[in-house]
Design a protein around this ligand. Sequence first.
Ligand SMILES: Cc1ncc(COP(=O)(O)O)c(C=O)c1O
Length: 397
Amino acid sequence: MLSQRARALAPSPTMAIDARAKELLSQGVDVVNFSVGEPDFDTPETAKAGGIEAIRSGFTKYTPAAGTLELRRAVAKKLREENGLEYAPEEIVLTNGAKQALYNAYMVLLDPGDEVILQAPYWVSYPEMIRLAGGVPVVVETDESTGFKMTPEMIREKLTPRTKAINLNSPSNPTGAVYTEEELKAIAEIAVERNLVIISDEVYEKLVYDGVRFVSIAALDPEVKRRTVTVNGFSKAYAMTGWRLGYAAAERPIAKAMADLQSQTTSGPSSITQKAALAALQGDQRFLEEMRREFDRRRLYMLERLRSMPGLRVDVVPQGAFYLFPNVSGLFGATIRGRRIASSDDLAMVLLEEAKVAVVPGTGFGAPNYLRFSYATSMERIREGMDRMEALLREAV
Ligand SMILES: Cc1ncc(COP(=O)(O)O)c(C=O)c1O
């Protein structure tokens, strides 16, 4: 019955762990959850009030497929003031989460067989979305030696006549790596030289640490901007994952194609959410810095704890997002409570069963030697989870 497309969709390789964690939680087991991909903070009051007001005032009907003009204007202002990017409202498409912005971009840019260069470790959805759109993900393997970043040389090795685009994600999920301006310039040069599109997923831009400055690649120069689709959203910055709002900014023909695609598939995002997002953008922004500082505190604490555990290595300090990505290959071959650890999947399962700590194995991110820890949970829970884990790993033989 199912189409080839559906059959080719890879089920999440983390399903087994996820299903078991949910099962334990539903049985009332006290699981410390380090697998979450969303801020544990509440949506700011300003945004909530905007949403409530939208409902009260009857702003509950279809909006234009690309989203309301007022919110596209507000996003244009944000991009101008915070990112140094000059986009007209017609060059902005509001979407159901950054996910839809990315999917739209691949759908309107890729022909069958077009190759998209992306790095591993990657966010799980990129390869699947690229394939759904008929493209071919071409993976550049990165590790600690380059700080989990693609170098220009690594990209050049993967170029073929079919290369259409370079996919970037800085700050990165799952590694937390942040590209510097110089590094972005070197990548942009390749894109200009080879006439490639750049798809830049910037959803974690607000979460950078150690004095690192976030740079939007499209801001480097007009020639780079012309070929870039900048993707961002409200999920991570404003703790609005459930509201579903993202956006893409690109040259008019690309933005129009994305809006047209959206008009025939999902229509514009929720009218209520758009009002909430507008209020978030126009409201007090102190929330952002408070959240960032708290994440930073947790990052440093968890980093120190993980580094002191046997068999784990965190050689590269993540400077963005809210994840730590230790290399756990030092534990492969060890035995913990009678269970032999041959992979990060095995280790994740043992951590869950024996320590009641849920993490995501690196397999799904194209990085089987690692585990992803999210610190989007309270300091108290982090302490508890680290204690449990450390005690268990000390039993490894
Ligand atoms: C790198 C990255 N891009 C995009 C998204 C999607 O975010 P949204 O909720 O805006 O669809 C996520 C969410 O986990 C992410 O980690």
